[in-house]
Every structure is written in structure tokens, then in C-alpha cells.
Write a protein of this length. Sequence first.
Length: 362
Amino acid sequence: MRSSATPETYPEPAIRAIDALFERAGLTRSLRGKAGVPADRPSSAGWKAGLPGRMRFEQTARQELIPPAPRVAPNGVQWLAAPGWEKTGWLWHGFSTRCGGLSRAYCSDSAQGELNLGFTADDDRETVAANRRLLVEAISGNPATPLVTLRQIHSNRVVLASAAEASREPLVKADGLITDAPGLLVGVQTADCIPILVADRKRRVVAAFHAGWRGTVKRIVESGVGRMRLAFGSRPEDLIAAIGPGIGPCCYAVGDEVVSSFESQFAYAGELFREVSDSDPVRAKYPMLFLTQRAPGHSEIGSGLHLDLVEANRRQLLDAGLKPKAIKVIGGCTSCQPEFFFSHRASQGRAGRMMSVIGIRP
């Protein structure tokens, strides 16, 4: 028979004895429901112990972050801007969408061309180069504005950029670019990973970072802000940041490798994962068809963990000293909004690339 007693009804020695047993097993008692810990808030302690401490979401709850209406340039390019950044008159910036270009590699025969900005195997190199000129023109007003990009390797390497790098071949291997040189744009490519743009309002320094889960675990954004401080004397209180569209927690299911990597690096790791319940109507109607002989929690069927990469990088910006109000989240999920974005995961590896750019007006 199940006891109706609550933890509050047990004497303190009994609670200590239970905690001792948990400690011997390498576990931690969940604090859900304890005073000062809301019952609906994910507990890191409970999460680490495999206890019910994760937030639960239905898989159908998608498009949690809706992007703002895109801006449409005179040349037809559609791009997203960070709210309020237009007040910084010396700053160029923008997050591209897939809309408004010349590529036909990833769209239907009847559709208009798309803005693929990556030199992918499926697309024509000259077409992609023309798309890049269209984006540069949309952001800066001049298609001849130099654009500096990287050969991205999912690292925490950050390099300083100048106009000379715009035509450099082969590209530098890194995942972050910083510059104080006026008249050029620095950019990172994404198709699910998170793009982050940072600007120093006082010293007029700008940066672009590419953060997939590996780069996030390696603290690419936190390291990048530190590099801005060392190289240019930037102060965190003077920085503003914008986190662009990427794969959302609604769609980004991950495995044990990712969970373990985040747990090893961040004390708040439990707050970055959500337990998403499978809402397949066939499984709901015929559950006996999906039974397995695996131990509970080890089956591939049922709920899974989804990672919130946007929140992970927002936390790094906060840890780097930025003020919460200085961080703008653009919104949008690249996986479940294919009409706006390219998604490597949703297209099973055959996708174009968006680009997020930032620069200093000459």
C-alpha cells in the first residue's frame, strides 16, 4: 500500500538516513516541491539523479519563438534585424533567411530562387557568390562591401578580421570573428546552429560567432567576449548581443553524449534540457505495439531530451557580464519553419546556409 506521508511528515533523522542512502548510490534527492523551489521548475539535482526534474513538453508544441517580420530589401532579399539596433546608427547587421535569392538547388521547380549563402556541393559557386553580393547590398547598401567569413570547425577559436581577409583562400579555420575596422562585414554561416552577433557601443567593435552544440560546450561566445576585452578593452556593460535563428528546443532532440558534455561543463546544465513527450497518435491508440524488452528509460520509444541552444548561449553572455536587457533573442526555429530557414537536420543533410553579418559603417 502506498503511504500518504509527505517528506515534511518524516522526522529529520529519517530524512538524513535517506540522503545517506542516496549519497552511497551516487544520487541526489530531488528538491521539487521543497520550500523555495517551485514544483514546476526543473531541478538540476533531480535532473542529475535521473529523477523527475525536467520540464515536460509535447512534441507538437512547436514554433515557440516566432521571428519578427522580415525586412525586404530593394533587391528582394528578406532578412531579420535585432529589435532596437537601428538606434545604433554606426552599426550594420542582419540575419538572412532563405528568401529572396537566385539559387534553385533546394527549392521546387515552380518556386522562386532562394538565398543560399554557403558554397555547398549541390549549388553553383557563381550563384552563391551572387547571393552573397545581394545580402551585402541589402545590409550595407553596396554590393562591393568586403565580406569576411570563416571555415567553421565547431571550435572556440576566435580571430581578428580586416578587409584583407575578405578575399583570402583558403579561409581561416575558426568559429568567431571580431573587428574594429570600418567598411567591412564579418559573417558566420548556419543551418541549425546558433548565430550570435555582438557589438561594443562605446569602442565600436563588432563580432560574429557560430555556436553549434560543440562550440557551445567549448564556450565560444564566452571566450569571444573575453577576446573582445583583451584585444580592444571592451567592457561587458557596453556590449549588446543578438541571438539569431537556429534549431529550437521544440525540435532539437539529443543523445547521451550531448547531455554528458553539458553536464561536465555547466552547473545549470539541467535547465537547458527539456523532456519532450512523443505525441504520435498511432502509439497513443495502440501502445502495446510499441512495447520493448529494454529497461525503463532505455527504450528509443517515448519521451526524449531536447536541448535549448539559444538559452545555453544566452547564459554564456550573462556569465560574460552582459546585462539581460542588452541581449536580444530574434526567434524562429530553423527545423520547423522551412518556409523561412534552411535546416541541415530537417532536410537530412541536404540544405543551403543562412548567414548572419555585422559591421561598422565607414
